[in-house]
Design a protein around this ligand. Structure first.
Ligand SMILES: Nc1ncnc2c1ncn2[C@@H]1O[C@H](COP(=O)(O)OP(=O)(O)OP(=O)(O)O)[C@@H](O)[C@H]1O
Ligand SMILES: [Mg+2]
Length: 456
């Protein structure tokens, strides 16, 4: 049942409003501004009926305080006929309506009902919006495609457990974001998230980085130092690019994970560690195991819950969402809030295969925003590779839609292909001819036919 708060110092008014409204809603009362504020804090009402003239602070003060709060309830002012001018003042300050005392019973009832209905609708819209937005993002990961929805579902489920997660995916698919999302949704979110980039730490240092060292453990160990395992205590330890670890370090890591205990380099004392492990790789770990570059036992230890991030070309429905997100961010950072994206740009982005996945898309948008001179980002502001893929795809679609004849489309296609090959070799005709498996003479003839000349 909706809740109404009546704020009036006259007991008679409180009682009659309670009588009038008690069938439609729950009625709370307050005789002063302070009492009203306490009541609002305790149980926020859906509507406030507010007397303006009360001993102590008046109704306008209350109005000022609650209109500061987000999603504050609507306020209807109660006023004696002779003070209608102050009711007008109240409406300027955010009250939605006023009624004059003594009330016209039926009209008050209708007003209240309408306001409560509107309030309920606003709540419903907010709830639906939160649900839709919640579905299209998990932490900083965005995605509305079916494969990403499945990933979100898995990430949500594993976050609450302690199980080790192995995240796979091509470069730029969001593995690092996924690791962060798991941590942020987990009961460990208040504890540290510590990342170890296994590809970036030199082999000679990695052991002391992971496990720490005692003073004098080796030449450069002038001080005692704790490692990443201890730094992540109670939290999450993220092994990025785990496929890059040498076999020696793999063995030590396996021991630490099995025993949940470590020893600092140069010490024999064992230290219990409580960390949740997440690993990521863009290598094909099954093959690494088959070819004996990655320990099978360590593989099983970390691959408890596998999560595979799909390449962007397999979820083109996400391109528009991601592009809009990166575009909004880029134009805000560039201080150009009026900048727009031409619709042909979105179409080209949706067709390009994105070998570098989301990272490549992010870079392409930033590139386009930086280069764009007008108010609208156009196709030519995008990186060459994207533009070209867009043109070839345009041809294909034009033929199938009957807008372009086969002969013309084939000639245009030939021209695009030649141009692309020439650009790739820096207009080196010998190399281009080799690559296209035609003679230099044939290449020259075609270049002349299409009027292709090296840029001046
Ligand atoms: N689903 C996504 N939603 C929003 N941004 C994303 C998404 N996926 C990736 N990104 C962005 O793309 C970039 C690459 O993401 P991330 O570093 O997580 O990828 P990765 O898989 O770890 O790549 P690599 O294998 O090269 O390390 C980041 O800037 C990240 O913010
Ligand atoms: Mg990464």
């Amino acid at each position: 049942m909706p809740r109404i708060l009546v704020v009036d110092d006259e007991a008679g008014v409180q009682a009659s409003l309670r009588m009038l409204l008690k069938n439609d809603c729950e009625v709370a009362t307050a005789a002063s501004v302070d009492e009203a504020l306490r009541s609002i804090a305790e149980a926020p009402p859906d509507l406030i009926l507010l007397d303006l003239v009360m001993p102590g602070r008046g109704g306008l003060d209350l109005l000022a305080e609650i209109s500061e709060q987000p999603s504050s309830p609507p306020v209807v002012v109660l006023t004696a006929t002779k003070t209608v001018s102050s009711a007008v003042e109240a409406m300027k300050r955010g009250a939605v309506d006023y009624v004059t005392k003594p009330f016209e019973v039926e009209s008050l009832r209708i007003k209240v009902r309408q306001l409560l209905e509107r309030r309920a609708l606003e709540h419903e819209v907010a709830r639906l919006r939160a649900r839709v937005e919640g579905q299209e993002r998990l932490g900083d990961l965005l995605g509305r495609s079916e494969p990403m929805q499945e990933v979100f579902h898995t990430l949500r489920r594993v976050a609450v457990a302690r199980a080790t997660v192995l995240i796979r995916g091509e470069s730029g698919t969001g593995k690092e974001l996924a690791a962060h999302a798991i941590h942020d949704l987990s009961p460990r979110r208040e504890r540290p998230f510590v990342a170890v980039n296994c590809a970036a730490i030199p082999e000679t240092l990695i052991e002391s980085e992971l496990f720490g060292h005692e003073r004098g453990a080796f030449t450069d160990a002038v001080d005692r130092r704790i490692g990443r395992f201890e730094a992540a205590s109670g939290g999450t330890l993220f092994f990025d690019e785990i496929g890059e670890l040498s076999s020696g370090v793999q063995a030590k890591l396996l021991r630490a994970l099995q025993e949940r205990r470590i020893e600092r380099v140069g010490s024999t004392r064992t230290i219990d560690v409580d960390v949740r492990v997440i690993a990521a790789t863009n290598r094909d770990l099954d093959r690494e195991v088959a070819e004996r570059r990655f320990r099978e036992d360590l593989y099983y230890r970390i691959n408890v819950v596998p999560v595979a991030l799909p390449p962007l070309r397999e979820r083109r429905e996400d391109v528009r969402l991601l592009a809009s997100h990166f575009f909004e961010r880029s134009r805000a950072e560039a201080g150009r809030p009026g900048l727009e994206l031409a619709s042909e740009v979105i179409a080209a982005l949706e067709r390009y295969p994105w070998p570098g996945n989301v990272r490549e898309l992010e870079n392409a948008i930033e590139h386009a925003v930086a280069l764009c001179e007008g108010d609208v980002v156009r196709l030519d502001d995008l990186p060459q590779a994207v533009v070209r893929a867009g043109r070839i795809e345009d041809l294909r679609q034009a033929v199938h839609a009957g807008r372009l004849g086969f002969e013309q489309a084939s000639a245009d296609f030939e021209r695009e292909l030649l141009l692309e090959a020439l650009e790739r070799t820096g207009w080196n005709q010998t190399r281009t001819a080799e690559q296209l498996r035609v003679t230099r003479r044939a290449l020259k003839l075609k270049m002349d036919r299409y009027g292709l000349k090296p840029p001046a």
